[in-house]
Ligand binder design. Structure first.
Ligand code: DC
Length: 445
């Protein structure tokens, strides 16, 4: 997949592009850094301002290298010399627009950027990525933000470095750069045909990242729902409006959802405080969750049918239930999300119960990812028969590390249960209602 992210200075391109690449496991190319590096060399060679046309020749014979982790090629080298910091200096910033408008420079750098993109799986950030360099990219984003907001962001950035400048002056600088980058004849900054415009004014970085990663998943439909092979229509219908309602009513806060893989078998292992927990989890999770639910719900024919229509299946607690194990296996093997409450029963007062190693049965499969989830305050929603509206927090944790098959099975189960208990404690520490009290039960799987 190739994703291009273009936009004016200060629209948040670099932060967003880097993080999107990281989350999607893609490589990242900051093409502005390439133009900056050539500008530095042109300045050093005395080509600016009168002999800028000779900069293309200079670019052609320069070995330009971007290094770092694959998703963060942030160190820049020219002919083996590191210039990472120098290219961010004010002299380069002042002259880069003029050098980057030079056709011979653009020709050299465009070719190099296309060569990088041809290796695939890359997020390219710049001004003409979607219009010139990769017009056939799978996803093209055009990031914008109001001049006022960009000037304020820049002011905050500078303040961190101990520099204080009036916001009006910064807004003026940005406007000048905008008109230069959009007004030049060659490869001006423009929204590419087919690009999705994302205005970042008033949005948090996380919200923008979510929007872009959502767009990168073609299987995601309305409301960010990721479609899966075992989806049931009633669940998808409920997902189209319930999350908005829950977010409003309970000021529901959701964190760590990026840990959830967008496809493949997942065990979502949550703490359990209330009968309403499946609703909160369902609203927080962009994939349909198939819950293992207590068999008592199926005592009423109507309720049983309704719950089944939402993809849940019964488990008889306190006894071996082969049918439940079979159903759960079908779900994870089918590449869907299995929702379990490893403590078995609801816990009081936000406390955590014991985790029996037996519940790790599905997590031990190597085609399954186990995500711990902690809910807080759902037990305060219904009090003395009355509906209340506490602030509810849903936290997704990083995938559990499962011991390898060289470890005996019962030991693997015990270690996994212990790790789940630790993950719960850590996640509870992050909720507003931190009362970590958990231990894994010693027992055989
Ligand atoms: O993204 P940045 O601010 O580091 O970019 C520096 C300059 O490089 C910017 O003023 C415009 C130019 N540039 C360009 O012309 N084409 C690109 N693809 C990337 C940057």
């Amino acid at each position: 997949m190739i994703i291009t992210i273009d936009g004016p200075a200060g629209s948040g391109k670099s932060t967003i592009s880097r993080e999107v690449a990281k989350r999607l496991g893609m490589r990242y190319l900051d093409t502005g850094a390439m133009y900056r590096a050539i500008t530095l060399l042109a300045l050093e060679a005395g080509l600016v301002p009168d002999r800028i046309t000779e900069s293309g020749e200079l670019a052609a014979k320069t070995v330009l290298r971007l290094e770092g982790r694959p998703d963060d090629l942030s160190r820049v080298f020219v002919d083996g010399r590191e210039v990472t910091d120098e290219i961010r200096g004010s002299l380069v910033s002042k002259n880069v627009s003029a050098v980057s408008a030079e056709p011979s420079v653009r020709e050299v750098l465009t070719t190099r950027q296309r060569e990088e993109a041809a290796k695939g799986n890359m997020v390219l950030e710049g001004r003409d990525m979607g219009t010139v360099v990769c017009p056939h990219a799978d996803l093209k984003i055009y990031l914008t933000a109001s001049i006022e907001e960009r000037a304020q962001r820049r002011q905050a950035q500078l303040r961190e470095r101990g520099v204080s400048l009036p916001v009006e002056q910064l807004a003026q600088d940005i406007a000048t750069r905008d008109s230069y980058d959009s007004g030049r004849e060659l490869a001006p900054l423009r929204k590419a045909p087919g690009a999705v415009e994302v205005d970042t004014s008033g949005l948090t970085i996380e919200e923008v990242i979510q929007r872009v990663t959502d767009l990168a998943h073609p299987e995601r439909g309305l409301g960010g729902f990721v479609r899966g092979p075992l989806d049931t229509p009633p669940y998808r219908f409920a997902y189209s409006f319930l999350p908005a309602l829950f977010k409003l009513a309970f000021r529901m806060e959701i964190s760590g959802v990026e840990h959830l893989p967008t496809r493949g078998g997942v065990v979502l292992a949550s703490n359990h405080l209330s009968n309403l927990d499946p609703f909160f989890l369902g609203c927080a999770c962009p994939r349909q969750i198939h819950f293992m639910a207590k068999a008592e719900l199926w005592r009423s024919k109507l309720l049983g049918r309704l719950v089944s229509a939402f993809g849940a299946f019964p488990i008889h607690r306190g006894e071996p239930d082969r049918q439940a194990v079979k159903s759960a296996l079908e779900i994870v093997k089918g590449g869907a999300v299995l929702g379990i409450f490893p403590e078995g029963h609801r816990q009081q007062g936000g406390r955590l119960g014991e985790i029996h190693p037996g519940v790790t049965l599905f997590s031990l499969r190597d085609d399954v990812v186990t995500i711990p989830v902690v809910l807080s305050d759902t037990d305060r929603v219904v009090r003395k028969g009355l509906l209340r509206f506490p602030r509810v927090h849903v936290l997704f944790g990083a995938p559990l590390e499962i011991p390898g098959t060289d470890v005996p099975r019962s030991e693997r189960a015990q270690i996994t249960a212990d790790r789940l208990a630790t993950a719960y404690s850590d996640l509870m520490g992050e909720t507003k209602r931190a009362q970590p009290q958990t231990k894994a039960k010693n027992g055989r799987a």
